[in-house]
Design a binder for this molecule. Sequence first.
Ligand code: TYD
Length: 202
Amino acid sequence: MTTNFNYSGLFIALEGIDGTGKSTQTQRLASYFSALGREVVLSREPTDGPWGNKLRESATIGRLDAEQELEYFLRDRKEHVENLILPSLHGGKVVILDRYYFSTMAYQGCRGFDPAEIRRRNEEFAPRPDHLFILDIDVETALQRIGHRGDKANHFEKTDSLKRCRDIFLTLVGESFVHLISAHGTPDEITLQLIDFLEVEK
Ligand code: TYD
């Protein structure tokens, strides 16, 4: 099957390490477009589908091995693209995602895979968003926000891996569809920054 990536909708993804406030901002963007009279589809990855649920379960019952984890994220995304993302974009809707394949580059990149290779595999089936917002924050603040506790070794490990994830996200900055947003501001300030970029384009 060749996938038709030409669509009439608008495709927006928000990315960033845990604790950057992506969920709040995706909801606010959804309200913004609804108020403009647009049909909005708000979704997230991992999804609530079978592969996404397995991934969520693994977070509580023991992490999958790296290879299997990567495969599950890819399968989850393939279903998401086929069943929801592309049909909605072809229907002219605004699709807003809380995490997308850039999270795979960052998080599975941290587990040892080559981020560029992960991107290539994803872009074979997953359309590139019109706008990718990277909500950026320093790792210590992010960990405070998500209330990370744990012993020193655990804290060090988490800090180190989130730093590497953040660095991978930041490698995307400079591409024309990517917007870097400081997530240190208040929720209102951040929403205004996002809308500023979108209004310029309208
Ligand atoms: P979840 O609790 O659902 O979301 P969030 O942290 O955004 O509230 O957990 C998502 C976790 O999955 C998060 O730590 C990032 C990770 N993840 C990957 O490792 N690879 C991916 O491709 C995606 C989409 C998420």
